[in-house]
Design a protein around this ligand. Structure first.
Ligand code: FAD
Length: 396
């Protein structure tokens, strides 16, 4: 009978390469190259010291294996391999014992979250402007990871901010203000720029007082360049939270249709993660239309494709994919008219549009066509949805 052993692994799709785990490991079992951070199965003694400091939870991964994955294999991964079939000869009792051993180790490790404040309990009412311009707070950068391919034409970053012991309760769909250092051309301090929070209310990592942002570097942009260049340990000045309307419906039965381009995906990452954490069993309620120039420039493309279609129906639109015709989100919406028409008639449907201002007109006109397909008048349907708080647009 083949003996199964447990192997500690890091998910390359979630890891932001901040190397906090590597610094925490007392026996040098964690190492990295230019691409991945990996755990050496020959050295790892399951002391779990690396678990609590990880800002994302990418470290919370295990596989039961008959032979451990070598470092060279792990360094080549773009995603974690699936759990090997348990039919490798190990008895169900052995597998169960290893599974519960892992669960116990993780539970123990999570007890030691240090002096960090816990995320606030979930709130249905947004807190707005708790920290105004006159009373900003300081957060610490936990990691800054480039989401778009090196050769992609846009530099989009996943940036994680540790809020320490400061209360900063955010709901999915809210934004924060970032004050870049320095002064403008008139010598006045820079004004804050708004960035949507891309993590759910209980933190980038569950029950951690941290949050994530999805930031695109703008050419000559003061704040976006400042943020994109920040490094782990840097301090950043924060105001907010802001926004009281672009929020998720509390109704667990509500159907959510999300339309975005580029960093407009930030709030929808938060929406999706919130639903995944709180009601993973609800099927067919989330739909995402996501546009970018190419798969390489679409933030969170890999992890998104892993979310089952039953949970999140998704349609990607690429306007500059190699050897393919240009497709925009509005084309995908029109193509989905038979599916969207009943949703437009359903009083539990909420529509959210987020991204660049330029997308708004095309998306509106696509929904008008879908409404026509459904025998509905778009203007009055949209107005009724808006009145009922079911139609939300946030473009910038
Ligand atoms: P700025 O310095 O303000 O410049 C803005 C633009 O003007 C730049 O493209 C720059 O190239 C151009 N410019 C600057 N100086 C000159 C000049 N002298 N001549 C000509 N052009 C010039 N952004 C995100 O990346 N992610 C988000 O999640 C996000 N969420 C948002 C949510 C809301 C509600 C809003 C309102 C905005 C959001 N934004 C988001 C946009 C963000 O707030 C900033 O506007 C963006 O990052 C640009 O800020 P900046 O300081 O880098 O650019």
């Amino acid at each position: 009978m083949t003996e199964m052993i447990k192997q500690h692994l890091i998910d390359p799709e979630i890891c932001i390469r901040c190397h906090t785990c590597e610094e925490a490991c007392p026996i040098g079992a964690i190492t990295h190259d230019d691409v991945n951070v990996v755990v050496d199965a020959d050295k790892c003694n399951f002391c779990m010291i690396c678990i609590a400091p990880c800002p994302t939870g990418s470290i919370d991964n295990w596989r039961l294996v008959s032979a451990p994955y070598a470092l060279s294999e792990q360094l080549g991964w773009t995603e974690l391999p699936p759990q090997q079939e348990h039919g490798n000869g190990a008895s169900p009792a052995t597998i169960e014992a290893l599974d519960s051993e892992i669960a116990a180790l993780l539970a123990e490790a999570h007890k030691g979250t240090g002096g960090r404040a816990k995320a606030p309990a979930s709130a249905s009412k947004p807190t707005v402007n708790l920290h105004p311009l006159g009373h900003p707070i300081q957060a610490t950068i936990q990691g800054n990871y480039r989401l778009t391919a090196e050769h992609a034409d846009s530099d989009v970053r996943h940036i994680i901010l540790d809020l320490g012991a400061t209360a900063f309760p955010v709901l999915e769909g809210q934004s924060v203000g970032i004050i870049p250092p320095g002064a403008d051309a008139k010598g006045k301090p820079h004004l804050p720029r708004l960035y949507s929070v891309s993590s759910p209310r209980d933190g980038e990592r569950p029950n951690t007082n941290n949050l994530s942002l999805t930031v695109k570097r703008e050419p000559d942009g003061v704040c976006s360049a400042y943020l994109c260049d920040l490094r782990k340990g840097d301090r950043v000045t924060l105001t907010g939270p802001f926004g009281a309307t672009f929020l998720m419906p509390n109704d667990p039965q509500a159907k959510i249709v999300m339309v975005c381009t580029g960093t407009g995906s930030a709030p929808f990452r938060a929406f999706t993660m919130r639903r995944q954490r709180t009601m993973p069993e609800v099927k067919g309620a989330l739909t995402l239309y996501f546009g970018a120039r190419s798969p390489e420039s679409l933030p969170y493309f890999g992890p998104l494709t892993k979310v089952p279609d039953m949970f999140l129906a998704k349609a990607f639109a690429f306007s500059r994919a190699a050897n393919e015709a240009k497709v925009y989100v509005q084309d995908r919406i029109r193509g989905d008219a038979p599916r969207l028409a009943p949703l437009l008639r359903d009083p539990s449907t909420h529509i959210y549009i987020c991204g660049l201002k330029a997308m708004e007109a095309g998306v509106e006109s696509a929904f008008a066509d879908v409404a026509q397909h459904a025998g509905l008048d778009w203007q009055s349907t949209r107005e009724a949805m808006r009145e009922a708080g079911r139609y939300h647009v946030e473009t910038y």
